[in-house]
Write a protein that binds this ligand. Structure first.
Ligand code: GLA
Length: 384
């Protein structure tokens, strides 16, 4: 992204130069809604990111400007009552407050934010913002947090200041992503391993439904509650089960009559999805992308029918992918809108994108945005 505009706005507003930091959005190859169930995920950081230019201002207040919205916000950090009213500023405030809760002092600072992660498209623009701000503050004020801790504080910001009870996947990969590699993250222990991702002969393409999932947080939280209710029921006879990750389909069946049909279906999806991720990792080791693709379609089916986080437009794109011989396709991220992620053979990619865009326009009245996926590094300072 061209960052000169951030720099000139910062200069215009604050009469000086600041330091520039960035943190990326993400894709997730497979393993959806598994993170808050203690399961595995397989995300990668992408070449679309949030940026923030920042400089201590010698005072106690934060003076913030969101370039893409042309909006400013000013707030203190002393108490929870200082919480700003602007939605985007709550992320900055939240990250600061989470750091303060850990015993740190955050002096006043000036900040300008901007980015090219499409909003509400399932690429985690909010996690990118939390990670960029967390990383920047940590570096500017020498707070000594690790990347993992910064990710956890980003997640806590969602929980405590935004109201989304999300898992750790998005912030983790935004902070710890590595060029050319996916992260196989165990969300129960937070142990992780980099999985080189070079799908020779294939490419990943995202197609954006243009349906924003921004208002989906309550539906997201409800999915989480369903999973927790099922865990509580299973734990009555299997106390070692703390997350759905710890349970198997047999244990789930034992509580079939004790939980609602809906909760049962949600939990079944999660347990199956965790296994699908493990199978996908095995297939990746053998460069067996046909199996990877098959698993992606199975995930879509589960997300659509059992977890019920798809929508008309996402299902349409998934059908288009099937129709055009795409190797794998599914709704990506939380769902309720956003993008499909497609694993497609190089020679089929152009035709798939063109024909699908045409069909989508016919059905919904506009051409969907399409993004090639490039796997990049996580949060960093930009020095030049
Ligand atoms: C959102 C959340 C993540 C994860 C995904 C679904 O992106 O922020 O924690 O739960 O949905 O896999």
């Amino acid at each position: 992204m061209d960052t000169t505009k951030i720099k000139s706005k910062f200069n215009e507003l604050f009469g000086a130069d600041g330091t520039l930091y960035t943190a990326p959005g993400r894709i997730n190859l497979i393993g959806e809604h598994t993170d808050y169930n203690g399961g595995f995920v397989l995300p990668g950081a992408i070449d679309k990111a949030m940026y923030c230019m920042i400089q201590p201002n010698g005072g106690e207040r934060v003076k913030a400007f969101a370039l893409d919205l042309n909006e400013s916000s000013e707030f203190g950090l002393k108490t929870e009552k200082d919480k700003p009213t602007e939605g985007w500023a709550k992320y900055i405030f939240g990250v600061c407050r989470e750091m303060i809760k850990k015993g740190k002092t955050i002096p006043g600072f000036n900040i300008v934010i901007s980015g090219d992660v499409p909003l509400g498209a399932g690429m985690s623009s909010s996690a990118a913002l939390e990670s960029a701000v967390g990383f920047a503050l940590n570096d500017q004020f020498g707070l000594g947090f690790t990347r993992k801790e910064i990710a956890l504080m980003g997640q806590a910001t969602e929980h405590n200041y935004v109201g989304v009870k999300c898992g750790i996947m998005d912030q983790f990969v935004s902070c710890l992503g590595k060029e050319g590699a996916l992260i196989r993250l165990d969300c129960r222990s937070l142990e992780y391993e980099y999985v080189p991702f070079k799908p020779f002969g294939y490419q990943l393409v995202l197609i954006n439904t243009g349906v924003s999932h921004e208002l989906a947080s309550s539906a997201y939280n409800k999915r989480r509650e369903s999973c927790e209710r099922v865990v509580a029921e299973i734990a009555k006879t299997h106390p070692e089960v703390k997350f759905l990750r710890d349970a198997d389909l047999k244990q789930l069946k034992e509580v079939k009559n004790k939980v609602s049909a809906e909760d049962y279906m949600r939990a079944e999806f999660v347990i199956e999805e965790i296994q699908r991720l493990l199978d996908t990792c095995e297939a990746l080791k053998k460069n067996d992308f046909e199996t990877v693709g098959k698993k992606m379609y199975e995930t879509h089916e589960g997300l659509s029918k059992k977890y019920e986080v798809s929508c008309l437009e996402l299902d349409f794109l998934n059908d288009q992918a099937k129709l055009r011989g795409v190797t794998g396709s599914r709704v990506m991220g939380g769902g309720f809108g956003g993008c499909t992620i497609n694993l497609v053979k190089d020679e089929k990619a152009k035709d798939f994108v063109e024909k699908t865009s045409e069909a989508y326009e016919k059905a919904f009245g506009f051409r969907p945005k399409v993004y090639d996926v490039v796997i990049k590094d996580g949060a960093r300072k930009i020095t030049n």
